[in-house]
Design a binder for this molecule. Sequence first.
Ligand code: BTN
Length: 233
Amino acid sequence: MQLIHLSEVDSTSAFLGGEAREFPPWTVVLADRQRKGRGQQGRTWHSPAGGLYASVLLGPEVVSPVFTLLGGVAVLEACRAISGSAEIGLKWVNDLVFDRRKLGGLLAEVVHRKRLILGIGINLAPVDLPDAACLWQIAGREVDRLALLEEIVARLECWVTRWGDGGARPVIAAWSAHSVTLGREVRVETAGETLTGTATTLDEEGRLVLELPDGRRRQIASGTVRLADGRYA
Ligand code: BTN
């Protein structure tokens, strides 16, 4: 991997995306802090020192929406391997969860020439936010940030190869096996509405299939999921 390590930047994803034509695929930007970290659904990603903030440029042509899930599986595997905990799970669409609390998240953004930037934020040290977990506490020791990043990139490369060989199916199977969302009663906030129902499966494009109380099914492409009782996970 080609690593660009910055002490501070607005956003590692904005940095990569702004000059995407100049960076080859698999360029990785790591920052110690971000001034304007971007989160899912237009939210801010609070990024003080003590977290892992990195973005990876995938390409040359990434067209499948399943790549978002692929990123989540790769990062989950890396966090499990480095921390030694098999209790870390995935909440749709791309939150890393431990003990019903948020450990981290991914933000996938498509830029020039159908390239995908995978932005990865992971709490390493404790953070002062509600419902937040951190990797040091899970591992019971300080985790080396660069070792974690190298593990993430290795797992990403492995999953991109698997996707090339087998398409979306193995990615969706792996994501589903690690899910803390499927089978639960959830509340989904989408752009236009809030829906409550049972999260049943993911479809072939990684959309969440929700079974509504009247038995109808809805496929959700993007939105924020909480449990139906309002808890985070
Ligand atoms: C989420 O909302 O759960 C996703 C958060 C993604 C944050 C990461 S930190 C590195 C990269 N740069 C950003 O501005 N955002 C992503």
